[in-house]
Design a protein. Structure first.
Length: 326
């Protein structure tokens, strides 16, 4: 496999403010599959983006802002609803955010004049991650510094709560395992919950702390990854509750972990934002060293394109996109 040297982003897009979080739409929903969302200090932008790697008629990147939503406070996380579609007779845009005021906001739009949002209250501390956790997009899971994972319906009613032993850092739902939920805690414990029985059914442990981010591999339901301390860590279900592999990679502590959505062996990690740059590393399980090293000006957030080996990071007034080989 070709090993990439340290390099600047393949593409960049200018933004009006600092970008705290960025998320490609992960669902195969026609034209909506080209959507990307990013959030700043008081807004959320929904845009369409296409790349020359997927469409030869595109010159580099084709980026078009579709909607801008006033958010009022800092955006800490964004999750797409599987209901989102924009090539139907009745287009629907739905996503939710974790807000800096410890609430969840659920946005619904028809891409035109109908734009509304619902505020969900209940957490007593900062919310670190949110995800839609049903095939119909009718339920939302959130994890918080208040040591809980909570399940909500779209009306804002709490339908379940899981008590955690430390702050919840990441929560993930898998379309091939629709009745399970992955919850990662800061102390290095990752648990899977049965959403029907509302109880824990499996757990993993990290020997490194603090665990800052975890992800459930879309292409391999047995594979879970995380960053804790300076390391990336991989577990293979159901072999052992302890890591299958781990490696120190970030001298400045690791911040985010995300699996590629098109290759089960490809993943990316970021370091904690420093005074200037944040390091992005792209890894392949078949290669001993990172296959790409990049840096973003005060970078934050991390997301992979649904079908391309392409990931994006937010930063100061910019979105950064890196393309790598699989």
């Amino acid at each position: 496999m070709k090993q990439d040297v340290s390099r600047s982003a393949t593409y960049t897009v200018d933004c009006e403010d600092y970008v705290h979080v960025v998320e490609f739409n992960p669902f195969d929903s026609g034209e909506a599959g080209s959507l990307i969302a990013y959030g700043g200090n008081s807004y959320v932008v929904i845009a369409s983006c296409r790349f020359q790697e997927e469409d030869s008629t595109v010159q580099d990147i084709e980026f078009k802002t579709l909607k801008t939503f006033h958010h009022g406070v800092r955006v800490d996380a964004i999750a797409w609803s599987p209901e989102t579609r924009c090539d139907a007779l009745s287009p629907l845009l739905r996503f939710c955010t974790a807000a800096g005021d410890k609430t969840i906001r659920v946005f619904t739009s028809d891409f035109q004049d109908k734009n509304e949002y619902k505020i969900i209250e209940g957490h007593s501390s900062y919310i670190n991650d949110v995800v839609f956790c049903s095939s119909e997009g009718s339920d939302i899971a959130s994890v918080s510094d208040d040591h809980t994972c909570r399940i909500w319906d779209l009306a804002g009613n709490q339908t379940a709560v899981f008590m955690l032993r430390s702050p919840g850092m990441s929560v993930a739902w898998h379309p091939e395992e629709p009745f399970k939920l992955m919850v990662a805690e800061k102390t290095g414990v990752i648990r899977f919950y049965d959403l029907i029985a509302q109880q824990a059914i499996l757990s993993f442990e990290s020997t490194q702390v603090p665990l800052m981010s975890a992800d459930w591999c879309l292409k391999n339901t047995f594979r879970v990854g995380a960053v804790a301390g300076n390391d990336w860590i991989i577990w293979e279900m159901p072999r052992s509750r302890y890591p299958q592999d781990n490696k120190p990679v970030h001298a400045d502590r690791a911040r985010c972990f995300r699996w590629s959505r098109c290759n089960e062996n490809l993943f990316a990690t970021t370091g904690c934002p420093g005074k200037m740059n944040s390091q992005l590393l792209i890894h392949h399980l078949g290669h001993p060293q990172p296959i790409l090293t990049g840096s973003a000006l005060v970078g934050s957030g991390l997301t992979w394109h649904r079908t391309l080996p392409l990931c994006a990071v937010g930063g100061y007034r910019k979105l950064f996109f890196w393309v790598t080989e699989m």
